[in-house]
Design a binder for this molecule. Structure first.
Ligand SMILES: [Zn+2]
Length: 143
């Protein structure tokens, strides 16, 4: 999908946070996510050997903190001028499960594009599709 002006602004927002806040080994990637009403939420990764969250997940949490549960587009940008980074496998799965129609900005800086997350995760496991309703067995009525 062609990049819109709002998509470019999102890349700029993540780039600004990466430049300003990603210094040192603990925070190396910034993400920016836009809600349907145009609000932008940013986050940085929290590196830790036990499995600290990626910047995308932190941005999702920042949006949730503000009561926003629907995100339309997301992008991650690396520190030290690394540009736009594609989401890792875990983030792709999280994004798909939380926001099945979210667009993810990927690609080299001179050819960025916004793609549906499902396109980044073909033949995927969809958690919601696997939730089989099991009839609740009720104890026989007394008396
Ligand atoms: Zn990730």
């Amino acid at each position: 999908m062609i990049m819109r002006d709002t998509d470019r602004a999102l890349v700029q927002a993540a780039t600004a946070v990466a430049k300003l806040r990603c210094r040192g080994d603990n925070h190396t990637v910034a993400a920016a996510a836009r809600s349907a009403d145009g609000r932008v939420f940013t986050g940085v990764n929290v590196y830790h050997f036990t499995g600290g969250p990626c910047a995308e997940v932190v941005a999702i949490g920042a949006a949730a903190t503000q009561g926003v549960g629907e995100l339309e587009t997301i992008v991650a940008v690396g520190d030290r001028g690394r540009g736009v980074l594609p989401p890792c496998g875990r983030c792709r799965q999280v994004l798909l499960d939380y926001f099945p129609s979210i667009q993810v900005i990927v690609g080299p800086m001179d050819a960025l594009r916004a793609v549906p997350v499902a396109e980044l995760l073909p033949d995927t496991f969809v958690w919601a599709d696997q939730q089989v309703e099991v009839p609740v067995s009720r104890p026989a009525a007394e008396d």
